[in-house]
Design a protein around this ligand. Structure first.
Ligand SMILES: [Mn+2]
Length: 406
């Protein structure tokens, strides 16, 4: 029976600058900066180990459209290594590395097939004399593709056993990412493709199983929103079924950890509880950047105001970051349990009551809109979810009340 096997990856974001993590210790930051490249090396190693027919990379190979020279060279070496093992590569560029932004012309070895236009086209994959698959795709020529590219995907030559579509874009109702090349699930099922290899959304998700419609997610998390294991899919298609295996490629994970310090009387106990939570968290295995949330009451608030929590985290970090398999708390926030005072104050016909009422009415979106419309700033900003907005407002309110009630 005919069979093909391949690796499906997307969103490598090579040479991501990780600017927000520059405050981590030097040896850790060096590893963070190198992490996207190490994940690429792992991808190559796994493709060789599994002896796949080809590798699909569906957009955003580079973090920036200017395409860093270092990333290009590392990628070229990776492709050369795959060529030595007779593995083909089919790639397209996405919104982060759109074609017209590239500064350094680059020639990859001839096992690499690039979708060089914004119109959907295809390559035919042959194994020896046997024609096995058509692979379809397109690249972003400019930063945004808002057309419904899905309409251009048509199966060509039904005599070929496998048809694989690649698309860098978002399912229509996605609110967390910019919506590019939007599609609805039903649209992807109109043509008889055997596999939809998607890219753009950094969270791994199998949208549909038969035939598979898959976001592999990125290969290395880049910030506290990109948590957990990251990697690619190893896919085997045969005439009758499809087998998908997720393969982790990340070098470092981002992991949220929550610790409740409500019943904690002193900082020694707090230290114990935090260490314990980190040690017992089964999600934390290798090198991990920890995003810590501490819940507590007025005692925690006090420790925060006197910067003792910051000191404590620094001490813990010193202990957990030395090891080869280091861990590091790179970000923390406190979640002070609402006390009843808030509710009572809100009703009051006085200044504090007015502050609370105004804070709750405040239109945050309107306040920050200018920043999001700013030509340069908006490129660096992530969208603010309604949850984020709520948290920002709550934090601001808390801050005001604390200062006023001192
Ligand atoms: Mn991306």
């Amino acid at each position: 029976m005919q069979e093909i096997s391949f690796i499906h990856a997307a969103d490598l974001h090579l040479d991501s600058p990780f600017k927000g993590l520059a405050h981590t210790p030097d040896h850790i930051f060096q590893e963070i900066v190198e992490s996207t490249f190490l994940s690429l090396d792992k991808l190559v190693a796994i493709a060789i180990k599994k002896a796949v027919d080809f590798v699909l990379i569906v957009g955003d190979l580079f973090d920036n459209e200017k395409q860093s020279l270092k990333a290009q060279i590392r990628l070229r070496k990776a492709f050369e290594e795959l060529k030595r093992h007779n593995i083909e590569v089919y790639l397209s560029y996405g919104n982060h590395d759109f074609l017209n932004g590239n500064l350094h012309p680059v020639t990859y070895p001839d096992n690499v097939h690039i979708f060089g236009k914004e119109t959907v086209s295809h390559f035919t994959y042959k194994k020896g004399n046997e024609t096995l698959a058509n692979i379809y795709g397109f690249s972003y020529e400019n930063r945004a593709v808002t057309d419904r590219k899905v309409k251009e995907f048509k199966v060509i030559n039904h005599d070929i056993p496998f048809h694989i579509a690649t698309l860098h874009g978002s399912i229509q109702n996605n609110t967390e990412h910019d919506v590019y090349a939007p599609f609805q699930l039903s649209e992807l099922q109109k043509e008889p493709f055997d596999y939809w290899g998607l890219g753009h959304i950094h969270k791994r998700e199998v949208l549909k199983e038969n035939p598979p419609i898959v976001y592999p997610g990125n290969i290395q998390g880049r910030n506290r929103k990109e948590t957990g294991q990251k990697g690619c899919y190893h896919v085997v298609l045969s005439g009758t079924d499809s087998r998908l295996t997720f393969i982790p490629l990340h070098t470092i994970t981002f992991q949220p950890v929550q610790v409740d310090l409500s019943n904690c009387e002193n900082l020694h106990q707090a230290e114990d509880l935090i260490q314990e939570a980190i040690n017992n968290d089964r999600e934390i295995t290798g090198k991990t950047l920890i995003d810590l949330t501490l819940t507590g009451d007025s005692t925690l608030k006090q420790w925060e105001n006197t910067k003792q929590i910051e000191d404590l985290i620094e001490i813990i970090n010193e202990m957990i970051s030395r090891d080869g398999q280091w861990k590091y708390i790179f970000h923390f926030l406190t979640n002070i349990k609402k006390e009843k005072i808030d509710v009572d104050l809100k009703k009051g016909e006085h200044f504090l009551g007015e502050v609370i009422r105004q804070a709750e009415k405040m239109d945050l979106q309107g306040t920050i809109q200018d920043l999001y419309l700013h030509k340069r700033a908006r490129r660096y900003l992530q969208s603010v979810s309604s949850q984020d907005r709520h948290e920002i407002k709550e934090e601001a309110k808390e801050l005001l009340l604390n200062e006023l009630l001192k």
